[in-house]
Design a protein around this ligand. Structure first.
Ligand code: GAR
Length: 217
């Protein structure tokens, strides 16, 4: 690969299957260097995935800090020690303060299992089914102070089946997330997508609507 690699730290809280998708793609054809994985939970399975891939990992248990601000100060110090260009949230289940978000503005993105702006927050699959939606999906967005509210630049759509329950729908969306996150990171690594004055630019032009990932064949 001739393209220089873009460095990143990945933040997780759990299984880390999206982390795995990034590790796998970085090992093949994504110009991404994952310098470290940081988890706020010591039992996150994603830590084993990092070890398997020989990527350094750290645990920063938020329950050991008196408040969000001191946790985030330690988290920022940890992240900055790896000098990443990108901070990738992959199932990192902590609400972040505006100060922390501002520190990584334009460099921090998140994956969320919904077609944002629909269903920010938790239990997106159940809420989608309860609303009777025929379509669900996942989004990649730049992180801003609003929870799951930052500018979205890439989405994948998943049809809801008549017999879906929250688990079956979540599983199908998650499979598509594993295509989505590497595709989004590729756009960032190639410098095609960036945040400017709170808006997403694609190849230097304002992006009116989020890009849509082609359905899997
Ligand atoms: C993923 O579905 C991700 O979209 C979601 O957590 C899961 C993590 O799975 N993130 C959020 O809900 C953020 N608001 P993983 O640990 O297997 O990647």
């Amino acid at each position: 690969m001739s393209q220089p690699r873009v460095s990143a730290v990945v933040l997780i809280s759990g299984s880390g299957s999206n982390l795995q998708a990034l590790l796998d793609t970085a090992a093949s054809d994504l110009p991404l260097e994952i310098r470290a994985v940081i988890s706020n939970r010591a039992d996150a399975y994603g830590l084993e995935r990092a070890a398997e891939a020989c990527v350094p990992s750290r645990v920063l248990d938020h329950t050991r800090f008196p408040d969000r601000e001191t946790f985030e100060a330690a988290l920022a110090e940890l992240i900055d020690g790896f000098e990443p260009e990108l901070v990738l949230l992959a199932g990192f289940m902590r609400i972040l303060t505006p100060e922390f978000v501002a520190r990584y503005s334009g460099r921090m993105v998140n994956i969320h299992p919904a077609l944002l702006p629909a269903y920010p927050g938790l239990h997106t699959h159940r809420r989608c089914l309860e609303a009777g939606d025929t379509e669900h999906g996942a989004s990649i967005h730049f992180v801003t102070a609003e929870v799951d509210g930052g500018p979205v630049f890439l989405q994948v759509r998943v049809a809801v089946d008549e017999d879906d329950d929250a688990d079956s729908l979540a599983a199908r969306v998650l499979t598509q997330e594993h295509r989505l996150y590497p595709a989004a990171v590729r756009l960032l690594c190639e410098g095609r997508v960036r945040l400017h004055d709170g808006r997403v630019l694609l190849d230097g032009q304002p992006l009116a609507q989020p890009l849509q990932l082609e359905p899997a064949n």
